[in-house]
Design a protein around this ligand. Structure first.
Ligand code: FUL
Length: 499
């Protein structure tokens, strides 16, 4: 009996001690990128630790970009295929007006902060004069084989102050070594080395996990860890995306992220056998609806800062084809995608594929210009205009060490008086994620005609959460953080009106 009691009491006391040591009083202790939980802590301990998981500085910088662009461009642009066979003749690649300056100018004017180009897609054709294969621009008629698309793009990025990333498909339908795992891994890493050493700074390396059959049905085993180590050595500040370790694929290619989006997730990053085993044991993958709830946390041995990227094409396909010129997404659709990606704690990666002249087409430009005008208009007036929360116990709402965030410590209700009396239909919230992602549930209420009404409810906030509702005009606004893993640090609460 006594032994049993001790058995029950001792772990409980240990948990309480751990919980105390992990909660508010150690606000200065953070975990960067990853937490390995101590053996069998209770959920309270895990939540307190999870609240202090923070991004690596390169992940934080990436998150703040908000809008980035993809450029899908290769022989497919000339054949109309989505996935080239690898047997295309390099003779096909012959854009007569290629102007990387136009791409970057158009994308920069649209508000994009980084461009990522398919240096090599699944067909294996290389947009730079690689030494690893003749299947490249060097064998094409474009610029009589003397051109280098990657160089032209990087130069244009320098000119416009645009960040620059490369997509290098591991799946290669042209490489003869594909399927002979060690030989192909060496070949792939030589290609990576060229891209990461010939062009100066690279800000993102993007690779998916497509792993088609090699010649004679051979199966290629990618050496992810060796790829990551090489990237870390050559470009330590570059984020690695999708099959990479810094940025997670949101799980769809529709442009719509999850309403509940945890950047602090149980999903282990990248494709190494260790990560695969963790994810299989938890039954999660990039497409799982839940990647970070407390119920998952209770089962997990680790937690990772692994934020979501939403990739989507402005056209139905990833590559340009004339038949889709009339199917470019319009401004309303792009605005909806913006609110459902950037507004759902993710970074938008919008694909704008150059055409067979080597230019971004007029229809795409006009939609991009419309999106930028809509975003500028949206953010032009914040009805709260930086209003600080007020009310009983206000001092306990304000975080003493910061003038830019407020942290409802005890009573998690903050009231605001709109600085501008006008109708609004969008609320924007941000957490200071440099101190972790914490909020699990919030509600926004409005006082109109002496009546309080709930106008919006949400779950996670993260870097940015935007939420839409029917138009309201209010005398007073109340934000309640219903549930949070620790003291929330809200850096922005704003109200906007959007068409
Ligand atoms: C996928 C590829 O198979 C598509 O062609 C496209 O490049 C997309 C962004 O990634 O995995």
């Amino acid at each position: 009996m006594r032994v049993q009691l001790i058995k029950r009491v001792v772990p409980a006391l240990l948990s309480i001690a751990l919980l105390l040591s992990c909660s508010g009083q150690h606000e200065t202790e953070f975990f960067t990128g990853r937490i390995d939980f101590p053996v069998k802590p209770n959920l309270g301990v895990k939540e307190a630790m999870a609240a202090r998981l923070v991004p690596h500085p390169r992940q934080l910088e990436w998150q703040q970009l908000e809008m980035t662009a993809f450029l899908h461009f290769t022989v497919n642009t000339f054949t109309g295929l989505e996935w080239g066979t690898g047997k295309e003749s390099p003779e096909l690649f012959n854009p007569d007006s290629l102007d990387a300056g136009q791409w970057v100018r158009v994308l920069s004017e649209a508000g994009m902060k980084m461009v990522i180009i398919t240096a090599k897609h699944h067909d294996g054709f290389c947009l730079w004069p690689t030494k690893t294969t003749t299947h490249s621009v060097a064998s094409s008629p474009w610029k009589e084989g003397k051109g280098d698309v990657i160089r032209e793009l990087k130069d244009a990025c320098e000119l416009y102050g645009m960040k620059f990333g490369v997509y290098l498909s591991p799946w290669d339908r042209n490489a003869v070594s594909y399927g002979d795992s060690p030989a192909y891994n060496r070949f792939y890493m030589e290609q990576l080395t060229e891209l990461l050493t010939w062009y100066g700074k690279v800000d993102e390396v993007w690779f998916d996990g497509a792993n088609g059959e090699g010649p004679d049905g051979r199966r290629q085993v990618y050496d992810w860890q060796a790829y990551y180590d090489l990237i870390r050595k050559l470009q330590p500040d570059a984020v690695t995306a999708v099959m990479g370790e810094d940025v997670r694929w949101v799980g769809t290619e529709s442009g719509y992220g999850r309403e509940t989006e945890w950047s602090a997730t149980v999903m282990a990053p990248g494709g190494t056998p260790g990560s695969v085993a963790i994810n299989e044991a938890l039954g999660v993958n990039a497409m799982s609806e839940d990647l970070g709830s407390s119920s998952l946390l209770s089962k997990a041995g680790h937690l990772f800062w692994y934020p979501a990227e939403v990739d989507v094409s402005i056209r139905p396909g990833w590559f340009w084809r004339a038949s889709e010129d009339s199917l470019v997404k319009d401004v309303a659709r792009l605005a909806d995608i913006y609110l459902s990606s950037v507004g759902r704690n993710a970074v938008l990666l919008l694909n704008v594929p150059p055409d067979n002249r080597g230019l971004i087409s007029d229809n795409d430009i006009s939609s991009l210009q419309g999106l930028k005008a809509w975003i500028d208009e949206l953010y032009s007036i914040d009805l709260l205009n930086g209003a600080r929360p007020y009310g009983r116990g206000t001092s306990s709402l304000i975080d003493g060490d910061s003038s830019t965030t407020w942290s409802p410590r005890h009573k998690r209700v903050a009231s605001f008086v709109p600085a501008i009396a006008a109708t609004f239909n969008i609320a924007m919230l941000q957490e200071d994620i440099s101190r972790g992602q914490r909020v699990e549930k919030f509600i926004i209420e409005a006082l109109s005609d002496k009546q309080w009404n709930t106008i919006a409810k949400g779950t996670t906030i993260g870097y940015k959460r935007m939420i839409r509702f029917p138009e309201v005009k209010a005398d007073e606004i109340r934000l309640t953080v219903v549930s949070s893993r620790a003291t929330p640090h809200i850096s922005t609460f704003a109200l906007y009106h959007a068409e």
